[in-house]
Design a protein around this ligand. Structure first.
Ligand SMILES: [Zn+2]
Length: 449
């Protein structure tokens, strides 16, 4: 693979120290080979040069939790709380086809790339047929994004249609089939219970931990998203919190990521920290569904690793992590009535290395360091809303927009250059998504809720 040299950049490496500097980055065979402070004029043969004047060069953003097919369901069910909203989301399984998953996922991936995302964790929870997962993975692979695919399982629950419920052994066979097809092609897999306890039985939780360990898979789960989920665990299992409930099945752990974790107690934050469990904070989705405010400051202070996620477009309306970063910052400030309670640098760490750690890819990406894979973005800071430049971290979090992302590089491959996608055919993806959307809406109109 030919090399890349990115010169004249304002480099924001997102390593432990809060720093930025003018410099250059050299990429060789998909790896960051050198990071230079100041000028670098030595050009190697076969090297593509990108002049990044006016741009911040930073690690690509990591979306630690989303549901890509939901891009077809943007703004369909509005103004609903979690449970009635979930009833509709799960009900979709009765009409969703593999073609919907493929078209929606590709549209979501295109949006992610245009928003400066380089790694996506797809928490996949609707499996009316094996092909739904296969087609989602196929779309992710085609996009060139670094892909983490969490193929989760539901086996119970009043609001889950029968076609989306699986017996553990049947689900595990299908996951093994996915691993056989894709594991050696650069995609990282996880499994997990979808939303315990409302759609997973204690037996399934026990089996899932065993299965995950046997295949060295991480676990992804929706945890304590709303008060109603905590009430269900109190009523049906006599436990005071979801994390506490999950602990008896050893679901918390170093390779586990708990999406949301809005309603967790101080003791449960202690369990998350002690077990090395990561959290994906999804503030826009939490606000949209009226879930509440996750104790992010308390989790960070307590030593919990936190990444950021958009969640699906049915409860966020976008795959935009710039929006999510700003929401994460402002929500904690207003919640604590303390303007200094969370720093932009901490928010940016969550969106980069925090997410990478949560997904077990921090040895590959999440910071700009020699030896890491080249997952990089260039953000144009020259637009009126970004000028003049004072505090780079604050301005990336509070001023910059997804549309300021100029160039996106994953594994050394340029996926977007000067706002033009290089691998994906954007017009075709939009046209195909519109066809899939019309078909899905027609099928949904026949369903009663
Ligand atoms: Zn979710």
């Amino acid at each position: 693979m030919a090399g890349l040299l990115i010169i004249n950049a304002l480099i924001v490496p997102m390593s432990e120290t809060r720093q930025w500097f003018e410099g250059a980055v050299r990429v060789r065979d998909a790896v960051i080979s050198e990071v230079y402070e100041g000028r670098c004029d030595e050009l190697a043969p076969d090297e593509t040069v990108i002049d990044a004047r006016g741009c911040v060069l930073m690690p690509g953003l990591i979306n630690a939790h989303t549901h890509l097919y939901q891009t077809l369901l943007r703004a369909v069910w509005e103004d609903l709380e979690l449970m009635p909203w979930l009833k509709r989301i799960y009900g979709c399984a009765r009409v969703l086809t593999p073609e919907h998953f493929y078209a929606g996922s590709l549209l979501g991936c295109a949006e992610a790339i245009r928003s400066g995302v380089t790694t996506v964790c797809e928490h996949h929870f609707l499996n009316p047929s094996a092909e739904c997962a296969i087609e989602t993975v196929r779309a992710m692979e085609q996009s060139g994004l670094r892909a983490v695919f969490a193929r989760t399982v539901m086996d119970t629950g009043e609001i889950v249609p029968d076609c989306a419920k699986e017996k553990p052994e049947q689900a595990f066979r299908l996951i093994e089939d996915l691993l056989g097809r894709y594991r050696n092609r650069g995609i990282r897999f996880m499994t997990g219970p979808n939303t315990p306890p409302i759609n997973t039985s204690p037996d399934l939780l026990r089996e899932l931990r065993r299965f995950a360990d046997a295949h060295s898979l991480g676990i992804s789960a929706h945890v304590a998203e709303s008060r109603s989920v905590v009430e269900a665990v109190e009523r049906d299992h006599g436990q005071s919190g979801v994390v506490q409930f999950l602990q008896q099945f050893a679901i918390p752990g170093k390779n586990s990521i708990f999406a949301h974790s809005v309603h967790v107690s101080k003791d449960e934050i202690g369990i998350l920290a002690a077990t090395g469990t990561s959290v994906s904070h999804n503030p826009v989705s939490n606000m949209m569904l009226g879930d509440g405010v996750a104790p992010v400051v308390e989790m960070l202070r307590g030593g919990v690793n936190v990444g950021l996620g958009t969640d699906g477009a049915a409860s966020n309306h976008s795959q935009d992590l710039f929006d999510t970063m700003k929401a994460a910052s402002l929500l904690q400030k207003v919640h604590h009535r303390d303007a200094g309670v969370i720093k932009p640098f901490d928010v940016l760490r969550m969106a980069t290395i925090g997410g990478a750690r949560a997904l077990g890819v921090d040895s590959l990406c999440g910071t700009i360091e020699a030896g890491k894979r080249a997952d990089l973005i260039l953000v144009n800071m020259g637009a009126v809303h970004n000028q003049p430049l004072n505090d780079v971290f604050s301005q990336i979090v509070h001023c910059a927009k997804a549309s300021d992302v100029q160039t996106v590089i994953v594994e050394g491959e340029i996926l977007m250059r000067d706002r033009r996608l290089t691998r994906l055919d954007e017009k075709r993806i939009i046209a195909d998504a519109q066809v899939a959307h019309r078909d899905l809406m027609h099928r949904l109109s026949a369903l009663a809720y």
